[in-house]
Design a protein around this ligand. Structure first.
Ligand code: TYD
Ligand code: MG
Length: 473
């Protein structure tokens, strides 16, 4: 059978099958296979097709002439923080995010900032007409920036156009799913097309030294739709996130060949487009509900930046056979672990209760250091004991119930002090590092101590009698 015949490609993971089937064996998704004719890029050698003889090339020493100033700051400090200091020449960035989250807005602003600094910036939209992009730019007061616009979807035409004149500094392709190339026969938006189009555009970026930004759509479960494969082809993958009801947006590096992956950039969506938020803690703590039980302020760190955020918990008697556990902005398995430790080592009875945990403001936290603040909020809600409003919490909880030290204790506390907090509940192991900052410290070695502290102030008992855990071995 010829390899040129039809193949079925999973639109989720890119796996290729010889026949159609309902479920992709590679990624387990249902109904994602679609027919793509002649999509295989390489013809296998066969009769009448001698294998090509290789061409020898020169190998280079590791030490060599470095390129002149490879970084181009975008003019948006929050953007540069995430990329690691600006756009690297010839690098390719994939920006993913939900529809309507503000990807096009962010990138037209970035292109305009670069154009205003005197560089050639090109914005190609495959989704909107030039007039629409113009209208938005005018509303954002970017009308004066010399961004070059086009509404095009043919990769060959785009590359031919970009190859004339001075090499551009920045090319934005919005979005990669709308692009198509003659090199692949599949329909636009299919994995084969997206992959082939991305490959051609990336080739252009590497040749010309232009920084290329590809916009990618996201599926309902947050993956960049279809082109998971594209994630491996690009230098950096940024995801633009935000909760529908909230005004602010987080730009987060998921992968970055030229910089850190744990930095976040914070923006606020306003009537005049995206505004950078240089001090996000103030924003996340702006609507605190002081004096009610079930909240604790977590002193976190995102990348190199300390970030204070309120953790809210609601523990309520359940009528369900299997009580609900719902979490927004934090890892559900992390919550399950904290609940298990509370039950097993601290005598907190939660089996008959629904548990809801929320990170206020729509931020998503990945740090285990949030364990202690989450536990404090949970116990506070259960016992109806409001937590002191001038205290922050951080620390990782181990399965034995011990509170373990976390990195950058001093940076967390300095941020808390700056925002007017007076007290901190910190891991015993962070005491030395934390002592230098002028906050009143309550070093805590085990979760039991914190639980009994809170329970002593509460209106309701938290269940059985807490018992001390054995030493953490
Ligand atoms: P957009 O950049 O088109 O999103 P994406 O490209 O990710 O699909 O942003 C669309 C949303 O942003 C839309 O719901 C309106 C909102 N928005 C503002 O609130 N203010 C603005 O100045 C702009 C341009 C958009
Ligand atoms: Mg868009």
């Amino acid at each position: 059978m010829s390899r040129r015949s039809l193949s079925f490609v999973c639109q989720n993971c890119g796996a290729v099958f010889g026949r159609w089937q309902g479920k992709c064996d590679a990624c387990g998704e249902w109904n994602t296979l679609s027919e793509e004719g002649g999509g295989l890029p390489v013809q296998p050698p066969g009769p009448g097709r001698p294998p090509r003889k290789g061409r020898p090339f020169a190998l280079e020493p590791l030490r060599g002439q470095a390129q002149e100033s490879p970084r181009q700051p975008s003019g948006m400090a929050e953007f540069d923080r995430v990329t690691g200091g600006g756009f690297v020449r010839g690098s390719v960035l994939l920006v993913g995010g939900d529809p309507g989250i503000g990807k096009s807005t962010l990138l037209i602003q970035a292109a305009a900032a670069l154009a205003r600094a005197g560089h050639r910036a090109i914005y190609i939209s495959g989704e909107e007409a030039v007039a629409q992009v113009r209208l938005r730019a005018e509303r954002l007061a970017l009308g004066d920036a010399a961004v070059e616009l086009a509404a095009e979807t043919s990769v060959e035409d785009i590359i031919a156009t970009l190859s004339t004149g001075n090499a551009p500094r920045l090319v934005v392709i919005d979005s990669i799913q709308t692009m198509w190339t003659d090199a692949a026969e599949a329909a636009p938006g299919t994995v084969t097309q997206v992959r082939a189009s991305a490959q051609a555009l990336i080739g252009f970026a590497k040749r010309s030294g232009a920084a290329l930004i590809l916009v990618g759509h996201v599926t309902k479960d947050g993956q960049i739709a279809g082109p998971r494969v594209v994630e491996h082809m690009v230098d950096a993958v940024l995801s633009f996130e935000g909760e529908g009801a909230h005004q602010f947006r987080i730009l987060r590096a998921v992968k970055n060949r030229f910089g850190p992956t744990d930095e976040i950039g914070v923006f606020e969506m306003t009537a005049l487009g995206l505004r950078e938020v240089p001090n996000p803690s103030e924003l996340f703590l702006s609507e605190r509900d002081l004096g009610s039980p079930g909240t604790a302020v977590f002193a976190g760190v995102e990348g190199s930046r300390p970030l204070l955020v309120e953790i809210q918990a609601l523990v309520a008697p359940s009528t369900l056979g299997t009580p609900r556990r719902a979490v927004v902005g934090w890892d559900a398995s992390r919550l399950a672990m904290v609940l298990a430790v509370l039950e097993a080592h601290c005598g907190v009875r939660l089996a008959g209760h629904d548990v809801y945990l929320n990170v206020a403001g729509g931020l998503r936290i990945v740090e285990p250091a949030a364990d202690l603040a989450a536990a404090a909020a949970l116990v506070s809600s259960l016992t109806r004991a409001p937590m002191p409003s001038d205290a922050v919490y951080f620390g990782e909880i181990s399965l034995s119930g011990a509170v373990r030290p976390v990195a950058q204790a001093a940076a967390r506390l300095k941020e808390a002090q700056k925002l007017g907090f007076a007290r901190a509940v910190v891991p015993e192991g962070s005491r030395a590092e934390a002592a230098g900052v002028g906050l009143e410290l309550s070093p805590t070695g085990s979760l039991v101590d914190l639980v009994s502290d809170i329970a002593a102030r509460g209106e309701k008992p938290c269940g059985g009698r807490p018992e001390r855990p054995r030493e953490d071995g």
